[in-house]
Design a protein around this ligand. Structure first.
Ligand SMILES: Cc1ncc(COP(=O)(O)O)c(C=O)c1O
Length: 366
């Protein structure tokens, strides 16, 4: 029996425009010549920086193109967060949690609900403790919960941040991967670019293997990140950045995005329908209904241990990531699971949820 993975938060192979990218890579080398195969400025391939800057209405010097947005987060965290207090919503993306722990940051978890981060809890945390280096948040189609911060809450979060002089780091790799209505404007946009560092990536809209992400920052901080990039890897990989730029220049991006949205929408729909059909047990509490992105967050009854369930599910041929992995110090989410629908086919989703449901204890009262 082949294992079905709801653990892998990566795109299904058919989401990746392989042939078009091969063509773009060839064109990038032929047209860019030695320049795209040489050392160059640490902030990234100039035409791509300009394209991104244009989209955000900022000068290109405020854009730093990094080897995936996670590399940029490492630079930013090293610069601002080492041994400092950092606020995060919980649950949140596990890799930044590990990076912050490695840097000795004190990570403070703020609660969220279906509408996203709770602005009142943010306000309390800012009144109660020492000033944090920043708030790290994923407001749109969040990893791991699939939830989106409502417009009203976005305004309140920004208002609280402004009052306390708090820097907000908005991680937004999924915003363009919407299935239904457009998500609310980004925090960066709502704040007019002030007080918000914004990051995104082509990992979910073109391919993760190109490793092209970016940060939009205030000018001095952008210069510092650029210097960190140079001292870490000398030069960005211009070949992949020029390949991505060629993909954009040809107008392939929007077409591909529509295609990717369709492929993932079918998977999201299959996941929600399968949960409704198979998880009709008294130990389900509920699950998120994402309007985009890769993930559904499943809450089970408090006495269901997600780590035990993962063992039983793995034996039954389906995997997921247990909720505790997305809480600082593993404190929380013990009865929750992140189910990624991005990698598997709709038929595998149906089969995987059936296997998962069979592994959930059926008699636990809610
Ligand atoms: C919220 C979030 N931020 C950042 C990343 C990393 O993106 P990149 O591939 O650009 O490093 C991911 C990837 O899964 C993610 O979910």
């Amino acid at each position: 029996m082949e294992t079905i993975s709801f653990a892998r938060g990566v795109p299904a192979p058919e989401c990746i425009p392989v042939h078009e990218l091969a063509d773009c890579a060839r064109a990038a080398i032929e047209e860019g010549g030695a320049a795209v195969l040489s050392y160059g400025p640490g902030g990234g391939y100039a035409p791509l920086r300009a394209w991104i800057g244009d989209r955000y209405g900022v000068e290109p010097e405020r854009v730093v193109v990094t080897n995936g947005s996670l590399q940029g987060f490492v630079f930013l965290a090293e610069r601002l967060a080492a041994a400092k207090r950092v606020l995060v919503e919980a649950p949140t993306y596990d890799r930044p949690l590990r990076i912050l722990a490695r840097l000795g940051a004190e990570v403070v978890a703020l609660p969220m609900d279906e509408e996203g981060l709770d602005p009142d809890a943010l306000d309390r945390a800012l009144r109660d403790g020492p000033a944090p280096a920043f708030l790290y948040t994923i407001p749109t189609f969040q990893n791991p919960s699939g939830r989106t911060l409502s417009l009203e809450r976005r305004r309140r979060v920004l208002d609280v941040a402004r009052r306390h002089g708090l820097l907000v780091v908005e991680d937004d790799p999924y915003g363009l991967v919407s299935f239904d209505a457009e998500p609310p404007p980004t925090l960066h946009e709502l704040a007019g670019g002030e007080g918000v560092v914004h990051s995104s990536s082509f990992s979910k809209t073109i391919a993760p293997g190109v490793r092209v992400g970016w940060f939009v920052l205030p000018r001095p901080l952008a210069g510092e990140l650029e210097a960190m990039a140079v001292s870490t890897y000398i030069t960005p990989p211009f070949l992949t950045q020029a390949t991505v730029f060629e993909f954009l220049r040809r107008g392939s991006f929007e077409l591909n995005l529509e295609r990717v949205r369709g492929l993932l929408r079918a998977r999201r729909d299959a996941m929600l329908a399968a949960l409704e059909r198979h998880l009709a047990t008294d130990c389900r509490k509920g699950w998120s209904r994402p309007g985009g992105g890769y993930f559904v967050w499943l809450d089970l009854a408090d006495d269901v241990d997600a780590a035990d369930l993962l063992e039983r599910a793995t034996a039954a041929g389906v995997t997921f990531v247990k909720g505790a992995d997305f809480f600082p110090g593993g404190e929380g989410g013990t009865s929750s699971a992140r189910l990624a629908y991005s990698f598997v086919s709709p038929a595998e989703i149906e089969e995987g949820v059936e296997r998962l449901a069979a592994a959930v204890p059926a008699r636990v009262p809610v």
